[in-house]
Design a protein around this ligand. Structure first.
Ligand code: NAI
Length: 347
């Protein structure tokens, strides 16, 4: 069965790593017709007046899946985040970021290993982007929490945990300080969890103490359920347990049947254009996309291709073929070629 997907190269290292991921998926036998659309600074460079052109949003809705490179957001000035806008416009309310130890990437947490999935609310919280200068030197940033979005992400995380055979959902919050905002989020999660209490363990942790426990005993954690900002921060923190941003994939799901797959990392301007970025996180995001296509369409071939790619990159890492961020010497292209070479070994 052939599938179609949108490819959004993005900014910075985005074009380098998305080309590498497309190459690996194609060489592994993924039957995908790619439709390239731009977002971010790349869209403006291609002649668009908007950083998020309507054509890109419409293409994702039409093809239902996208593999997306990172988009740059200027710090403290300039345009608002294209990534946040895309998630909002497509109603991609839930981000899923699996963080797993890889056998070929040793870290101080490799034994007994990390297997955590972060579920992040993607549409509100401080990312609502509502900020006001009250007077010179005084600024407010509004944190938006709604019952509807909080219950929706709680059910999403609990359903995810049940269908993936996970054992526990931990809500991270700061409801001791933000009694109303985080208080509402926790209240909704707690109530929704009651409907799952025969299947899923549920716990709540204040995020500061929770962060400490995650780095002390990551093996105690399974699914982390977070509002937007905490989910963002915890994604990078947990990435650090397993080798960094180069090995942490992600997916954004919503209720309009659109799903966007993207690595947790950003556009990495410090290494952009040098050909040294690790494409593994976006390759892994591509594997998540294949598994999504398999379950959405019943095409078992997508699962086979996903398994082949996973086995190939694991074999590659085990053989010491790694990019610089993992202590290796390979560039972006060389690493993706090494993964493809391991595909050939399996065949
Ligand atoms: P970043 O994730 O781009 O980089 C942080 C550090 O990790 C850098 O030292 C970078 O070189 C390294 N790194 C990241 N990905 C890597 C890879 N694949 N291989 C090797 N090293 C890698 O985060 P930063 O610097 O905070 O953000 C840069 C830009 O990216 C900003 O404009 C930010 O807004 C944007 N961003 C976009 C995201 C998205 O599109 N989903 C997510 C996060 C940030």
């Amino acid at each position: 069965m052939r599938h179609s997907a949108v490819l959004i190269p993005g900014d910075g290292i985005g074009p380098e790593v998305t080309i590498a991921a497309r190459f690996v998926l194609e060489q592994a036998g993924a039957q995908i017709d790619w439709h390239i659309h731009h977002a971010g600074l790349a869209a403006v460079e291609q002649g668009s007046k908007e950083t998020l052109p309507d054509a890109t949003v419409e293409a994702v809705l039409a093809h239902r899946v996208a593999l997306k490179g990172p988009c740059t957001t200027p710090i403290g000035k300039g345009f608002t985040s294209v990534n946040v806008a895309l998630r909002k416009r497509l109603n991609l309310f839930g981000a899923v970021r699996p963080v797993r130890s890889l056998e070929g990437v040793q870290t101080r947490f490799s034994d007994p290993g990390v297997d955590i999935v972060i579920v992040r609310e993607n549409t509100e919280g401080l990312y609502a982007g509502i900020e006001n200068q009250i007077t010179k030197g005084v600024v407010t940033s509004l944190k938006v929490v709604t019952e509807e979005a909080s219950r929706r992400i709680a059910r999403f995380a609990l359903d995810y945990a049940v269908t993936r055979g996970r054992r526990k959902v931990t809500v991270l919050h700061k409801a001791n300080i933000m009694k109303l905002g985080d208080g509402l989020f926790v209240h909704c999660c707690r109530e929704e969890a009651r409907n799952y209490e025969d299947r899923i363990q549920y716990e709540e942790l204040i995020i500061d103490a929770g962060s400490m426990r995650i780095v002390q005993r990551p093996e105690d954690f399974d699914v982390l359920l977070c509002e937007n900002l905490y989910g963002d921060v915890m994604s990078d923190l947990c990435a650090g347990l397993v080798g960094g941003l180069g090995v942490t994939p992600g997916a954004n799901y919503g209720c309009d049947h659109a799903a966007v797959f993207e690595a947790v990392h950003g556009s990495a301007p410090d290494i952009a254009g040098q050909g040294v970025a690790n494409p593994l996180a976006i390759i892994m995001s591509g594997v998540m996309m294949l598994r999504h296509l398999a379950s959405a369409t019943g095409d078992d071939q997508c699962t086979l291709v996903a398994d082949r790619i996973r086995d190939a990159y694991n074999a590659c890492l085990m053989a010491g073929h790694k990019t610089r961020d993992l202590g290796g010497t390979l560039g972006t292209k060389e690493f993706s070629q090494a993964v493809v070479d391991h595909l050939a070994v399996q065949a």
